[in-house]
Design a protein around this ligand. Sequence first.
Ligand code: DAH
Length: 340
Amino acid sequence: MNDKITKIKKEIDGYLIESKQHLEDFRIKFLGSKSVVKQLFGELKSVPNEEKRTVGQLLNGLREFAQGTFDKAQENLADNQGESQKIDLSRPADQIEIGARHPLSIVRSEIIEIFSRIGFSVSEGPEIEDDWHNFSALNFPPEHPARDMQDTFFIEKGEEEIALRTHTSSVQVRVMENSKPPIRTISPGRVYRNEAISARAHCFFHQVEGLYIDKNVSFADLKQTLLYFAKEMFGEKAQIRLRPSYFPFTEPSAEVDISCTICSGKGCNVCKYSGWLEILGCGMVDPNVLEASNIDSKEFTGFAFGMGVERIAQLKYRVNDLRLYSENDLRFLKQFTPEM
Ligand code: DAH
């Protein structure tokens, strides 16, 4: 009897239970009404009386061992099944949507990249600006119309006038005040004007300002730098022309046109049959502007230019309505390839 008990115990110990079916087989074999353990209980009758007690104890132990093994295996199986229902390792992963860069960010990066190749650094200034940096230091006369409420969003009027900057030329002044020539920098940023919003005008837009100050900087340097920019931005065939213009902070001043990117100068409805498209304003920094920032205008000369980022993006991507840039319509934004 003892041998039989030991043998069954070993069998239980080595029994592999990996599925519900195994568990059921185990139950029938060791715990059911016709199980080997039950049979041994039946055989207890024929055990001599003086041994009955010990054998009975051994049999009880065997039954508890079988029950314990069964319970543990059942618990393990339930756990495993729960896990496998939670995680299906064969399921395909969810798609990750990669956003596209905003067209204005793409164009701004490209402008920075083009000028950084010829030694221009990037500088930035505040969007809330005082009168000195936005107007006075740039040689705007007190009665200049750009100072008018109609063009400028004022935050504080009166003795100290604070406004949203109307152009990035204010950053020129800050750079000149804080560094010594040679200065070669571009300043990208957002600017604000008090305009009614339409396809062709907006109350905020983006500019990139350029400033180069050194000994002997000439108008020829300005023209060559802008031709280089036009070719890098719009292709080798791009041409530029300069028309005389006026800005308070440059003398002489010019407006720059690029040969039409659609018809290459032959004439079409985009360039209004002129063959040319305006892209920026520029000029030689007025000596008054240099002096206002404590730069000796007898020793140094310089050029400056300012362009609208929306305008360049419009020519590059044929976007003819300024409002699209800030409406966040995904159908518009998704069209610009992400740059990784
Ligand atoms: N600040 C001018 C504007 O907002 C653009 C400009 C013109 C900037 C000529 C310059 C410049 O630096 O030289 O319209």
